[in-house]
Design a protein around this ligand. Sequence first.
Ligand SMILES: NC(=O)c1ccc[n+]([C@@H]2O[C@H](COP(=O)([O-])OP(=O)(O)OC[C@H]3O[C@@H](n4cnc5c(N)ncnc54)[C@H](O)[C@@H]3O)[C@@H](O)[C@H]2O)c1
Ligand SMILES: [Fe+2]
Length: 355
Amino acid sequence: MFRNFKLVPRVIFGRGCFSQLDEILSPQRTTLKDWVVFVTDDVFTGTALASRIPLHDNDLLLYVNVDDEPKTQYVDQLTQQVKTARPTLPCAVVGMGGGATMDLAKAISLMLTNPGSSTEYQGWDLIKHPAVYHAAVPTLSGTGAEVSRTTVLTGPEKKLGLNSDYTVFDQVVLDPELTAGVPKDQYFYTGMDCYIHCIESLAGTYLNEFSKAYGEKSLDLCRQVFLENHPDAADKLMMASFFGGMSIAYSQVGACHALSYGLSFLLGIHHGVGCCIAFDALEEYYPDGVKEFRVMMEKTGVDIPRQVTKDLDDAQMNTMIDVALGLAPLWENCLGKDWQTIMTRDKARSLFLKM
Ligand SMILES: NC(=O)c1ccc[n+]([C@@H]2O[C@H](COP(=O)([O-])OP(=O)(O)OC[C@H]3O[C@@H](n4cnc5c(N)ncnc54)[C@H](O)[C@@H]3O)[C@@H](O)[C@H]2O)c1
Ligand SMILES: [Fe+2]
């Protein structure tokens, strides 16, 4: 069985292309009553970027906070806020920010047309109705959330995405100028999320020419960004993120992502930095990638938190192992069909203890 892969239908790329957002959205505004919600990372409150958002009289500027990774409860609350703001549904939802904000925008656009709580849709293809038109304006590069068919949410019982064809954005606006203000450590962590997507995809047993084509180009761009000096590094990383997302969409991530989900679920460690912490412990599985990652880390002058698991008790460690080993496709991609005989609970524990 081959996956019939849903792609983002429209993409605009280039420095300053954010200025075209109003024109891009205008076909959605068919009557005077039509209105747009701009789901915007609250880091932009009062900034020059916020003043450039093409707000019409009836539109809603909805600031969101991503200090914690998106939770189902927060999605439900924001959806309710949008529903009660005006008597009609919005004609478009625009997400402006990093992976977390883009995920919130995707989730809101889905939950506006699907009844109940977002927890009911955590899984694969559980969404029944098409979402409200939704567009992404990434301000941080690396996650690939701008191209993926999921929105990663932490619910009361599980951390699992709303995976569906309806989740995919209708439009992506790639303006590398918007990433200019990202703090250096965050730029590195999220950039490494992309680098690791490529390493895991290219080393995986699920690899095919489709994923390889995107993964190799993305990896090449990551190397240019983090090992060389280029004035247009932000442009390169934005395209690396897009291509890295395309690569894993048709293959899978691997051991690093599986273990990082454990760190994130139990310790609340954010995705990018969690991937860096896990990857640094995986020399045995990705020897060249981990070596190169360390060179990139040194060149960027960023470090990662160490000994994050040292105070965990047995029960907590077991929860973390359960979460990580629950992600069977990731392990199968990394280690093959016999992965369970290789990645035993003891082995997973020993890896976590190195972090
Ligand atoms: N849907 C997917 O396919 C997918 C894939 C990978 C990760 N994710 C999700 O993405 C999230 C991680 O995303 P991320 O790494 O992009 O980080 P993020 O969205 O969590 O943002 C990290 C920090 O950077 C700040 N920031 C963003 N843009 C900025 C800018 N231009 N200037 C200054 N600060 C800025 C944010 O305010 C935040 O404090 C996680 O929640 C993860 O689960 C989703
Ligand atoms: Fe990732």
